[in-house]
Design a protein around this ligand. Structure first.
Ligand code: AN0
Ligand code: CP
Length: 320
């Protein structure tokens, strides 16, 4: 595996899950694989889980790890080619990327959507430059459009907790004060479409996800109807994806608090588990009682980020 971006990159999901459970039983099983190999993790945006779980995964595999917060201590980077760099940006990505590539064997990058331009975001302008110019395998740690390490961890969690062969999984939009990326719901939809689950998406009008990720997934605009009989509720806020409302790309279209996941919502499900990738805003996305209930999987879900990252880095090391 040279690039980890989409669900297809990991191959058959049954095999990927088997490897995940093998690693969960013995997370140091492949400790020799990463000897004298270095993972470089580059963050253009904040992170708690991705930063820690991916470092832990690299350590599980016996790798060395370097972490760079680009906006704290590195030179400010220009990303556009052809500009006269007379502003506050001291270095261009086109030099910085091959330099970073020269110090490592694998590169992970976190670079969120800027919402300045939908085309640039959806073409993955920043991550594609890393793929093209670093000379090293690149794994996405949440890009402009996807967050595959999260979705893989979500899939592992659903596999561990499901009580039916084909559970009903509902991705629900929920309110948030700020404009958030579409990467988490995009990837979750892509992975759930590839998995053997009954998948439903619910959101207010205007929040339609790009069909590249949502595929033919069922969309139900009535949130309570979508929740009926659900086995897993996966909550997330996202900003306008600009599909049905191109002019509103990246904007907050609704703060409708009737979409907050509370006990009344959970009551119409089939005793569903509650999931969220975290960080989560209590009182906006979900009520305290739901996130603290025995049905809440947010902590085991976050713990599985170490497992998904270990499988992905292992695959990349094996392909070097
Ligand atoms: C980010 C997002 O919504 O994509 C990261 C989630 C893993 N969340 C925030 O910026 C709050
Ligand atoms: N879920 C997730 O990726 O969290 P961080 O933003 O803290 O890494």
């Amino acid at each position: 595996m040279r690039v980890f971006q989409n669900v297809q990159d990991i191959g058959p999901l049954g095999q990927a899950l088997q490897e995940a459970f093998e690693i969960k039983k013995d997370r140091y099983k492949y400790q020799q694989l990463g000897k004298n190999r270095t993972a470089l993790l580059i963050f253009f945006n904040n992170s708690l889980r991705t930063r820690l779980s991916t470092q832990k995964a690299a350590l599980n595999l016996g790798m060395n790890v370097i972490v760079l917060d680009v906006n704290q201590g590195a030179w400010k980077l220009e990303t556009e080619r052809g500009v006269i760099m007379d502003g506050d940006k001291s270095e261009h990505l086109l030099e910085a990327i091959p330099v970073m590539g020269s110090y490592c064997d694998l590169i992970g990058v976190r670079s969120f959507a800027t919402f300045a331009n939908r085309k640039d975001d959806y073409e993955e302008k920043v991550l594609n430059q890393f793929i093209r110019y670093s000379g090293k395998p690149v794994f996405f740690m949440e890009s402009a459009t996807v967050h595959p390490l999260q979705s893989f961890a979500d899939l592992i969690t659903i596999e561990e907790y499901k009580k039916k062969a084909r559970p009903k999984v509902v991705l629900t939009w929920a309110p948030h004060p700020k404009a958030l990326p579409q990467a988490v719901p995009n990837s979750f939809a892509q992975w759930m479409n590839a998995a053997d689950v009954d998948f439903v998406i619910t959101h207010p009008e205007g929040y339609e996800l790009d069909s590249v990720f949502a595929g033919n997934a069922r969309v139900e605009y009535d949130q309570l109807k979508a929740f009926e009989g659900a086995d897993f509720i996966y909550a997330k806020n996202w900003s306008c994806p600009g599909v049905t409302r191109p002019e509103a790309y990246g904007q907050v279209l609704s703060k409708d608090m009737s979409w907050t996941v509370d006990a009344a919502h959970m009551a119409v499900t089939d005793n569903a588990y509650f999931m969220h990738c975290l960080p989560v805003r209590r009182g906006m996305i979900v009520t305290d009682d739901v996130i603290e209930s025995p049905q809440s999987l947010v902590i085991p879900e976050a713990a599985n980020r170490e497992i998904s990252a270990t499988v992905v880095l292992k695959r990349m090391l094996q392909a070097l």
